[in-house]
Design a binder for this molecule. Structure first.
Ligand code: ZN
Ligand code: ZN
Length: 87
């Protein structure tokens, strides 16, 4: 099998890409969606629904998130990148 993202030959694909790419994409996504859009706090709770990366489609984590600081409610995708993180 060939990973459509890095073109490497791999034995198994996770969510359509190789494990390395999958981890990379998930990690990047996490860094971009980790703070409350209202107060900037990273102290929130989320539901843990399965969430996989499908190449060619926008990555949207629809798990519910709730800020423990200001009470904001939304989905993980609405969370913003932390100020101290720069990519
Ligand atoms: Zn790959
Ligand atoms: Zn908040």
């Amino acid at each position: 099998m060939k990973c459509p993202r890095c073109q490497k030959d791999v034995t198994e694909l996770v969510g359509g890409v190789c494990e390395g790419c999958h981890d990379e994409v998930m990690y990047e996504y996490e860094q971009l969606h980790r703070c409350c859009p209202m107060c900037g706090s990273d102290n929130y709770s989320t539901t843990m629904m399965g969430f996989v990366y499908v190449p060619g489609t926008p990555l949207i984590n629809k798990n519910h998130a709730k800020c423990m600081k200001c009470g904001w409610k939304g989905i993980v995708h609405d969370l913003t990148r932390g100020k101290e993180i720069s990519i």
